[in-house]
Design a protein around this ligand. Structure first.
Ligand SMILES: NC(=O)c1ccc[n+]([C@@H]2O[C@H](COP(=O)([O-])OP(=O)(O)OC[C@H]3O[C@@H](n4cnc5c(N)ncnc54)[C@H](O)[C@@H]3O)[C@@H](O)[C@H]2O)c1
Ligand SMILES: [Zn+2]
Length: 361
């Protein structure tokens, strides 16, 4: 059975990410599992139907296990669901020795992680990410939180998990749109940090689209390594290093905002955002045409969208200025300079931004 361990180095908050095929079937015996005697598994309705019983059975081997199943979807990252989760923890008699287990996509990871960060001023938690996006991105790095009526991820914390368990086998049950969406983040890692990964993706398009387990495992391991590296250099996004992970995201968040969550999945909006950033970088002479062609080609072969339909560019640009990463009204963009390298730049004129978002081939 394939299995690999990546360490997230954060001195006293360091933790391992274990990637393996079929891992869920043996987690009960994993020596890295916290020894605490009480676990609360938090999941959503889709994931729970397929995997909850298996996970609970594994953990029950040595712990008292309670579980909570929440509705699937982004709206679950709300104050209401957080508060009901806190109440459940109280009802289960959670104490400082309780371990929260987040079993699901990024929504469950962010919400359960935030509940863990806040209940009794902080419980241990472990991440068992089940969507591709959660496996390559949201489960690593300790950003947890919920949405507020005023915007996405507005309330949150940095709270590192004590273990991340990634079972690549669970990706087989993920729907096509969410699989595609996760691939956008994978392409992002190639562009911002790793020409070798980018090339590997180009050479394995068919295998990836078919969800070949070995190829996916290699991709996921590499993405986790890259994210772990960035996070250990800049855990709380203070030096600017962690900001490179936002490639395509200032555009993407604005697109999600303007179209309403649901029209585009997160990764789809990010794909459009990376394309806009690439076009701007090209216009500024930071990258050549070949760069743009390679990024376009890769995103396209994963079935990701490349631009929004014309007419919404200006609105999206206004939404970009409302981004929470904006500091003192100045819009900064992560722009590529080559495959594997990006830099933080001042945004060009609004008209240029709008054109880059609407641009069609
Ligand atoms: N904390 C971070 O650093 C970070 C980073 C990126 C994104 N996020 C957050 O992550 C969230 C998006 O995460 P997501 O894309 O995983 O969404 P999600 O959690 O809603 O999962 C997507 C859908 O796939 C289903 N699903 C998940 N795993 C499955 C499986 N193995 N089989 C079948 N169905 C499965 C879920 O039930 C859901 O319907 C957003 O809220 C975003 O803000 C957080
Ligand atoms: Zn993202």
């Amino acid at each position: 059975l394939f299995s690999e361990v990546i360490n997230v180095e954060l001195s006293s908050r360091s933790y391992p990410i274990v990637v393996g095929d079929g891992l869920l079937g043996s987690i009960g015996g994993d020596p890295r599992l916290p020894v605490e005697s009480h676990c609360v598994v938090v999941s959503d309705s889709n994931v729970a139907t397929i995997y909850l019983e298996r996970v609970v059975a594994e953990l029950r081997w040595r712990n008292r296990v309670d579980s909570v199943t929440l509705p699937a979807g982004e709206t679950t990252k709300s104050i209401e669901q957080l508060s009901s989760l806190w109440e459940q923890l109280a009802r289960f008699g959670a104490d400082r020795g309780t371990v929260v287990v987040a079993l699901g996509g990024g929504v469950i990871g962010d919400l359960a992680g935030f509940a863990a960060a806040t209940y009794l001023r902080g419980l241990q938690y472990i991440q068992i990410p089940t969507s591709l996006l959660a496996q390559v991105d949201s489960s690593v790095g300790g950003k947890v939180g919920i949405n507020l009526p005023g915007g996405k991820n507005l309330a949150g914390a940095f709270w590192q998990p004590s273990l991340v368990l990634i079972d690549t086998a669970v990706l087989q049950t993920l729907d096509a749109a969410n699989f595609r969406s996760g691939l956008a983040e994978v392409v992002k890692y190639g562009v911002i940090l790793d020409p070798g990964l980018f090339e590997f993706l180009e050479q394995n398009i068919a295998a990836i689209n078919k969800r070949d387990i070995e190829v996916l495992a290699r991709v996921i391991v590499q993405c986790c390594r890259l994210k772990a590296g960035v996070v250990s250099q800049d855990e709380r996004e203070t030096t600017g290093r962690r900001a490179i992970l936002n490639y395509g995201h200032t555009f993407g968040h604005a697109i999600e905002n303007v179209f309403g969550y649901g029209e585009y999945l997160h990764g789809e909006a990010i794909a459009i955002g990376m394309q806009a950033a690439a076009r701007i970088a090209w216009g500024l002479g930071l990258v050549d045409e070949q760069f743009v062609c390679r990024q376009t080609g890769l995103l396209e072969s994963f079935g990701l969208p490349l631009s929004v339909r014309p007419g919404r560019g200006t609105e999206i640009v206004s939404a970009m200025y409302r981004d929470k990463k904006i500091c003192g009204g100045k819009l900064k963009l992560v722009l590529p300079t080559s495959i594997g390298r990006v830099q933080l730049c001042d945004a060009p004129h609004d008209r240029v931004l709008a054109q880059a978002i609407e641009y069609s081939q």
